[in-house]
Design a protein around this ligand. Sequence first.
Ligand code: TRP
Ligand code: ZN
Length: 475
Amino acid sequence: MRLPAVRTPLRAALPLLLGCCLSCSGGAGAVPSALPGFPAGVPGAGDRLFPRAGNGGYDVTHYGLDLRYDPGPGELTGTARISATATADLGRLDLDLAGLTVHRVAVDGKPAGQGRDGTELVVRPPRPITRGARFEITVRYSGVPKLLTDPDGSHEGWFRTGDGAVALGEPVGSMAWFPGNDHPSDKATYDITVSVPAGLTVVSNGELAGRSSAGGRTAFHWRTTEPMATYLATVAIGHYTVTRSRTPGGLPLYVAVDPRSDDPGTAAALRRIPEILAWESGVFGPYPFASAGAIVARLPTGRGGYALETQNRPVFPGDDGPPAVAVGTLVHELSHQWFGDWTTPADWQDIWLNEGFATYAEWLWQQHEGGRSVARSAASAFADPADWAFPPASPTAAHLFDAPVYDRGALVLYELHRALGDRAFATLLRTWPAAHRGGNASTAEFTAFCAHLTGKDLTPLFATWLYGKAKPARL
Ligand code: TRP
Ligand code: ZN
């Protein structure tokens, strides 16, 4: 599920002089050189906004994370087993990991060399990995995971709460709690097991596959069998009130609420999840995953502030209320399950494909509820100067989640509706999320999809609304 890419072993020469050996281990050792005659993998997936996010040369198929967390010291200890396929010959490869101490790395069970270079964990396998080969990297690590600050000043990574922690990873925060290929272009399945002191609950993505208690601790095993981008992986650890149920259609729901955020408005909003999912399924096509739900967590004030569409069950900042969860936000995050989680941007610059659709979903919902019409939402977005700072298709890393991505992104869809008419637009909303079958999509693929669906020349529309710098004279 990713682009094959290799870089010739340019960087390899220097560490060779530093004499790093195969037995490098522990902490920040020198970066090992590539095995002679074999190229080093690339330390980035080629993202236009986050050049060091992800890596080239391999495709992860599965993450097996076996973790232990102790909220007192805030210490995370664990083993990551990363199953991957080489997309190039590899004499060395990179994983992404921010902070933490790496104790041991093995490839297919045999000790490997390793070193740290910023957020790259550089691994030298004991023998070359050939293109097409399947291999498993095991990383044993521990430490107090970091809260990262992004170019836009927002926080992600590992948030400590009063009684536990919450992991939020958009755009590049999963590397704060597990080593991996931290870029949306490489989706994989997951088994996430976290052991915590008895009495605490662990909520994650996918379905609860097992739970066992021993020696004053409880381990929760969550399994995600549908491909998931690293930024959508989460764990929420703490005291939670859990409600398990099913929608009328039989979809399992798992809703976890921090009791401190359990206000009546939030409870009323969460009870509407089945209704919202049924409505969204009608508009966007069948719900893509095997389970759904929500996590309402007590993120530290001033450091949380935003909800995130973590796969299967979005996280909501519980100190944002009351109500901690508003229906509009619930509609927004649940719509991301189609737009972002099922069909995932190939590059962070394509983020409007997530946020434009999720904003448009909110507009549609308001109209559906008998509130503000889509036309009035569009008019108000059009009138807001903040929405015209840049075109939705070209945010910078420092403005990744700014108003133009959301509102101008939704305006692109509003204009498409006008150009396509009701029927073709309804078809677009239902077929686009499924078109990439749980993979990735770019803005160019979206515009091509629209043109193919309608047979119309939509170039001028996209030039103005998606790529254009200037504000059009009128809506
Ligand atoms: N994707 C989230 C949403 O709109 C928002 C989000 C994630 C965000 N990371 C952020 C907003 C960082 C601001 C800053 O559903
Ligand atoms: Zn969103």
